[in-house]
Design a protein around this ligand. Sequence first.
Ligand code: SAH
Ligand code: F3S
Length: 435
Amino acid sequence: MPKKNLYIETYGCQMNEYDSDRITAALDAVVTDDPKRADVIIVNTCAIRDKADQKAFSSLGKYKHIKAKNPDVIVGVAGCVAQLYGDSMLKRMPHLDFVLGPRAIPKLPEIISDIERKKIRTVETSYDIEELFDVEPYHKAGEVTGFVSVQQGCNKRCTYCIVPYVRGDEVNRALEDIITETENLVNKGVREITFIGQTVNSWKQKGYKFGDLLRAAGDIEDLERIRFTTSYPRDITKRMIDAMKDVPQICPHIHLPVQSGSNDVLSKMNRTYSREWFVDTVNRLRDEIADFAISTDIIVGFPGETDKDFEETMTLLEEIRFESAFSFIYSPRPGTPAAEISGDECVEKEVASTRLAQLQQRQSDITFENNNNRVGTIEEVLVEGPSKKNENFVTGRTTQNRITNFMGPQALIGSVVKVKITEGLQNSIRGELVV
Ligand code: SAH
Ligand code: F3S
C-alpha cells in the first residue's frame, strides 16, 4: 500500500509536538504541508487556556470544505481538546471522522483502517497502560535536537490546571526505554535531547530517581547535551542537583514555573511552596551550579489576586531576575476547582490585562539586560541550522538556552562551537565564531 499523505496541525506544548511526531510515525505517513493533498488531516489540540481551546474549533472548521469536496479524506482531532469534549465534538462537527485522546495514539492505525473499511466515526479517549509509550516519534533527517518523553500525566493538582484531567495521573516510562530511544536519536545525528514530562523531575521508576536518569543519559556516547522540562519546584532533590553538577553534558538551565510571587495566591493555587521557599531553592541552584539560568511561567489575575498580591509578583521579578518568563492571564477551565470561583473574587478582565502588560514590560527589560550582560563572554553553542534572516549566518543555543546567531558556514550544523558574544538583543544574542 502506498504511504498516506498526512497534514497535521499542532498547538500547545512540547508534549504535543512530540505526540504529532508519534502520530506521523504510527501512520507511517508522508507529511504534506497542503491539506488539499492529504489523505488524513489531523489537528492536535491544546486545552490549557480558553483561547487555545477556541483555536482548536476554528482550525477544524477550516477543513469542512475539503471534506465536502472529497468525502474520502479522513479528518480527525487529537490532543487535549479531543479528550476534554469527547463525542460531543462529533455532534458539533459533522465533518469529523475521529476524536483521539492524547493517550490513545498507539490505537490510531486501527482506528484509521476501521474508518476506511466500515465508514464509521470513532471516539477513542481510553487507553491501555501497557502500550502508553509505544510508538516512537518520527525523526526528521538533519535535526540535531530532539525530545524524549519520560512521563505522561500529572499527579499535582494545581487548582487552575486542566492537564491532570485530560492527560491523567502520572505514569513514568521505564529507564531502559528512555535510554534506548535517546540512543536511537543520537545514532540518527541528534546531539541534544530534552527529556519531557509535566513534572519531569518527579520521574521515578523501580527505585531509580530523576538524578539517576540524568546520570544514565550522561553515559550515552556522542550525546553532547541533556536538557529537561518542565520541572516542578518541590521535586528538586539533592540527587538531581548532584547529577547536574557532575554530568557535564547537562545544560545549566532550568525551566521552573513559579506562577505567582504572593503566598496567598500560591496557596490558593495549591502550588505547595511559599515565595521564600522558591527564592531559597533558586539561590541553592545558583550557588551549586556554575553560571546557572532560570526561566519561568507566571499567571496573573488568578481569582482573589489583589493589587498587593500582584505587586509581590513584580518584586519577585526583581529578586530573581529570570532569564525569561512566559506569562498568561488566568483562564478558568471546566472541571478545575478554581473555575468554581465566581463573582467578586474574580479579577476583572481589564485589570488582568493591565497587570499582564506591566509584568511583560518589566520582564522584557530584565531579559534584555541579562542578554546584554553576556557581551564579551565566550559561550558554547550547538549549531542547529541556518539563520532565518541571513544566509551567511547560522543559529543555535548556548548552554543557558539563549538563541545565538553568528556568521559561519552551514557545515557547522550539528557541532558545538565557541562563540564570543558581541550584542544582546530582545530575544536572542549575536556573536562571532571563535577559531
Ligand atoms: N507542567 C506543565 C505545565 C503545563 S501548563 C508543563 O509541562 O509545562 C504551562 C503553563 O501554563 C503553566 O505553568 C501555567 O503558567 C499556565 N497555565 C496552566 N493552566 C492555566 C490556566 N488555567 N490559565 C492560565 N494559565 C495557565
Ligand atoms: Fe498543571 Fe500543576 Fe501539573 S500546572 S501540569 S497540575 S504541576
